[in-house]
Design a protein around this ligand. Sequence first.
Ligand SMILES: [Zn+2]
Ligand SMILES: [Zn+2]
Length: 760
Amino acid sequence: MQLLAESSSKKSYRIVIEGVVQGVGFRPFVFQLAKEYGLCGYVTNSGSGVVVAVEGTPEHIDSFLVMLQQKKPPLARIDKIEKESTSPLNLENFSIVDSLKSTVSTMLLADMSLCNDCLEEMQDKENRRYNYPFINCTNCGPRYSIIKNLPYDRKMSSMDSFAMCEKCQEEYHNPNDRRYHAQPISCYECGPSLKYVTLSGEEEHDQKKALEKIATLIKAGEVVAIKGVGGFHIVCDATNSEAVRSLRENKHRPTKPLAVMFKSLQAIKKVASMSKKEETLILSKERPITIVKKREHTTLSHLIAPNIDRIGVFLPYTPLHVLLLKKVKVPLVATSANLSGEPIIVDEKEIFQKMPFVVEHLLTYDREIVNACDDSVVQESKHHTITLRMARGYAPFSLYYKQKTAKKILAFGANQKVTIALAFENNILLSPHIGDIDSISSSEYFQKTLETLQRVYKFEPDIVVCDKHPKYETSRFARAYVDEHAGVELVELQHHYAHALSCMAEYSLDEDVLAFCFDGTGYGDDGKLWGGEVFVANTKKYERVYHFKELALLGGEVAIKEPRRVGLSMLFASFSLETILQMDSPLVNAFKESEIRTLYSMYERGINSPQSSSVGRLFDGVYALSGFTQSLGYEGESGLILESLSEKSKSKAIFKYFLQEGVVEYAPMIAEILEEPSKEKIAKKFMNTLVHMILTIAEKYPELPLVLSGGVFQNRVLVSMLTQKLREKKRAYYIPSSVAINDGGIALGQAYFAFKNSKG
Ligand SMILES: [Zn+2]
Ligand SMILES: [Zn+2]
């Protein structure tokens, strides 16, 4: 009688959990939770996620389900839980069942920084992994960078060449251990080891000595290379200007800011002032490079971030970094090892082949980097985190949608900051940052990433999406792919519409929006170079309701590197040649008279002077008009310098402009800028004007939520001022936050378009 009552009060369920639930310690977590509530059954991986069969009292099962969400492992993400009753299981305990052979995990996971538990262990003299440079557990360590194929398993990773020792085996197979099924698990006895190598072929395999050697060299002012998670860093003492100068000269990187790694948040506080939000970002488990405000007088070399008052900082994210920083006791410049425009280097031989003038010494190890992955870069604006580069820690990144697509979609991105997106079933997956596709090696890297993603997901697309630009390398790849694969549909999407869609994808938007897409240049529907666009858009279509007045880019590509050409072109649009030649301004003085005459005739006849409505180029023009006439050291430099300057002015004034028949006409601004002696004031008034323009246009469409997207919105001051005003006006708006706001987000927008428009 008793027995009968008990069994009838028990319920049995099959629970399917979807999301990021594989390779993150989810099964042992479920196992322990089930034991806690005295449930019977089992947990296993399946193609669609994790499947749990449970049996117990309804109260216990309810609590189990609540705790499943509340206490989930740090790297897990639950998108969906489905529960259905089943017939009794008749099991006596709870177990973890090995996954079926056919299982393919739905998601590739990002590399994760060293967790606090592992940090504690490596600092504990009694621990068998004391000072071990490759310590990791289920909650931390490499993933994407070592994966060859899915399901994520040691055999499918570059850890396959390291056979686990007995002790590691034990931990690996014990569901109560933090390292249960931690694929890169290893120790001194069985794992990868450190090695010091020189250009001349000298090697040191003793870990202690190798570390000692590299630290001594850094302290002596040498520039060295160190293998990180997804590639090599070029490293030097950040307080030594000679070392930084040598790095810059040899890497041909004159002014682009360099990221600096510090041993602790306290150490960062000495050189930067940060908000609580910025501190949280720096300390987050993703450990991104975070751009923060530089203090004025610090021990750091002034060459780290010349002409701007911002600095990219980050904390050590591998055990090796921790050991190194402890040894050198100074902050370290740690910049990706690559030649300008090329992908990050993952192979030690390549370092010496490609950069023999930059480094002669490197610290490396024998675990292969299968997939390269750069550092992520983020910054805080007043109300939002803005992602500038989505890579280590964040990507591969997946978004889950309620709607399902019956098609498989592959999106190729644009030309700069390229990423690749895959859409299937309820998901869109975005690759880490690949880079600018303008060299042979970056094209190869793009192809390699594409092949990896396709192989891992056994992905044969039905639809391929690319940028509308006829000459982008990625568009060529896309067309070639479609030519070679019968039945695959090609979609070519306008660049700035893809920017709007990228933001809409992040927030699952479907309705009409008013999208401000301010960017560098992208190919427009009229064959001109767009980049200052206002669209009324939804996921099906867009209408260009406003755009900035086009300016001529004198010399085409050259003008993108030489803002003075853009400034001169703006003068041509407003003044006669004779008036310009008589002007006494730094901009006019930056040219010979004969040069101005030649450029004017180019301008007049429209030779090699493409028309562009880009706000990015307008920044260049304003920068030049305010007196900066040198060429840019890196893309976006003019914007960063104007941003820094604008913060020094309190002006609330705006420049004159007007809106006419869908065109933002800023010509009156040009004469005003020439008359304004303060660069700070010019910068601030220009930002104020942009905010004013956006708000004025927004008022014409009061019913639509705003979308803000494109590279120009990397500008923290602009975004802070604008979003503050929008909040005061209680106006709904969206701005990309998790996804890169620049061209790094284009692939997501492209995939989202096809996702929303593909019929089952
Ligand atoms: Zn750990
Ligand atoms: Zn071991």
